[in-house]
Design a protein. Structure first.
Length: 312
C-alpha cells in the first residue's frame, strides 16, 4: 500500500457556517490504498490507531496514527465490516462471514455478542454502535449474503433487514427498527434520545431509499419517529458520525456531507473516491478519517468528534 503526498483540501460550501468547521489550509492525506472496498473505521484511543475493513479482500487493516504505518491485523477477517468500541475500549466487529457481531478481545479471542434472532441467523451485520446503557445496536442488511463478494451467498433466514438491540445485562436481542429496505450506518444523538439510521435500499429497489431517518428512543428502545432526516445529494449515505455539537458527518458518493441537527446541509468534504464511512480520531478527536473505495483518507477539521467512551 502506497502512502501518497498530501493533496489540497476541496470543499463544497453550501452554508457559510461550514467555514467555521473546516480549515481552508488543511491538506487531504491519502494514508493507504490497495483496498477493494474500504469500510468500518474505528479509532482506538488507548493505542492511537485506526482499524478499518477491506471487506472484499477479507482483511482488517490498522493505521498507526503516530507513524503513518499501515499493517494487516487480521487476514482473513471473516469479511468484517463496521466496527465500534464498547465502554471498556474493546473493539466490536460486524462479521459478514459468521453473520454475527463479536467482541475482539486483546488476547485474540472473539466473543459472540449475537448471531441469531428468534433462532434464525442474521443476514450480515453491517454497522454497530454502543448505547449509553451498554446495549449494542447494529444494522443487518443482506449485502454479505447477496453474493460471494463480501461474504458467502445465502438466502435470508429472517426474511427482512432490521436494526437490532442486544441488552447489555441479559443478552436479549430485540428487533427495534423493522420498516427499512436496507438499514446501514447508525448513530445516537448526543442526548441519546434519537437514533439516526441510514437506509441504502436504492441498491435493491429502483428509486429506493438513500436517506437517513431519525427515530425516537425512550427507556433504551425505539419509541416512535422514523421521519426522513436528510436525503443524500448524490449516491446514498452509508456510515456517519456526530461531532461534539451534534452535527452529522455522513459519507456519500462525492465525499462527507455535514448536517446540522435540523437536517440543514452545511457543506461537503470532497473526495476523489466514493466514501463509505467516517470516524473522528486523534488525541483531540479533530481528525476526520474517511474510508473511500480503495483508500483511507484523513483531514483535520475545526471541530471535535463526539466522545465514543463515557466520561471518566
Amino acid at each position: 500500500m502506497a502512502i501518497r503526498a498530501p493533496l489540497p483540501a476541496e470543499y463544497d460550501i453550501v452554508d457559510d457556517r461550514f467555514l467555521d468547521l473546516i480549515d481552508s489550509s488543511a491538506r487531504l492525506h491519502h494514508l493507504a490504498d490497495g483496498c477493494l472496498w474500504a469500510e468500518g473505521p474505528v479509532y482506538i484511543p488507548a493505542a492511537d490507531v485506526v482499524q478499518f475493513s477491506d471487506v472484499r479482500n477479507n482483511r482488517r487493516l490498522q493505521l498507526d496514527c503516530s507513524t503513518g504505518a499501515v499493517s494487516v491485523v487480521r487476514d482473513p477477517s471473516e469479511y468484517s465490516n463496521g466496527h465500534t468500541i464498547d465502554h471498556d475500549g474493546v473493539v466490536i466487529a460486524c462479521e459478514h462471514a459468521t453473520r454475527s457481531v463479536r467482541r475482539l478481545l486483546p488476547d485474540g479471542n472473539r466473543l459472540i455478542i449475537a448471531d441469531r434472532f428468534e433462532g434464525k441467523r442474521f443476514n450480515s451485520p453491517n454497522d454497530v454502535v454502543v448505547a449509553d446503557d451498554g446495549a449494542v445496536w447494529f444494522t443487518d442488511p443482506t449485502y454479505g449474503i447477496d453474493s460471494n463478494d463480501e461474504g458467502y451467498a445465502a438466502e435470508s433466514e429472517i426474511g427482512s433487514s432490521n436494526v437490532y438491540r442486544v441488552d447489555a445485562a441479559t443478552g436479549t436481542v430485540t428487533a427495534e427498527v423493522t420498516d427499512m429496505v436496507r438499514p446501514n450506518g447508525l448513530a445516537f444523538s448526543l442526548d441519546a434520545r434519537s437514533l439516526y439510521v441510514a437506509d441504502t435500499g436504492v441498491s435493491h429497489v429502483k428509486d429506493g431509499p438513500r436517506h437517513i431517518r431519525r427515530y425516537d428512543v425512550s427507556d433504551g428502545h425505539i419509541a416512535g419517529g422514523g421521519e426522513v432526516f436528510a436525503t443524500c445529494p448524490r449516491g446514498a449515505f452509508d456510515g456517519f458520525r456526530l461531532d461534539a455539537h451534534g452535527r452529522i458527518w455522513a459519507s456519500g458518493a462525492t465525499g462527507v456531507h455535514c448536517y446540522l441537527g435540523d437536517g440543514t446541509l452545511l457543506g461537503t468534504v470532497l473526495l476523489p473516491e466514493i466514501c463509505a464511512n467516517v470516524e473522528f480520531g486523534g488525541s483531540d478527536r479533530r481528525t476526520l478519517y474517511m474510508t473511500a473505495t480503495t483508500s483511507l483518507y484523513a483531514i483535520d477539521v475545526g471541530v471535535e468528534g463526539a466522545p465514543r467512551l463515557p466520561a471518566s
